[in-house]
Write a protein that binds this ligand. Sequence first.
Ligand code: FES
Length: 95
Amino acid sequence: MRFIPGVIPAAGTLSFSFEGREVSAYPGETLASALMRAGVQVLRHTRIEDQPRGYFCGMGVCWECAVFVEGTGIVRSCGEPARPGMVVRLAEAGV
Ligand code: FES
């Protein structure tokens, strides 16, 4: 099933963890979308000044939405579909 913003799919939800917290997502929904719905705004911190960063362009250009996915590495959460059981953490400093 494809996720269409603004349309709540009839299918059920899946869940993944972010920093140890369970987050639900619709099939096909991106990590960024699910995290925003869950109230998560900070996805990484800057290397030099440790400033919080999060979703910005929403189209895979800025990398502000980078997160770390176990088994995969650093990804742009705005372009990464949520999958059941994913373990997601704040991206390490320097991304
Ligand atoms: S929000 Fe800009 S790359 Fe994801």
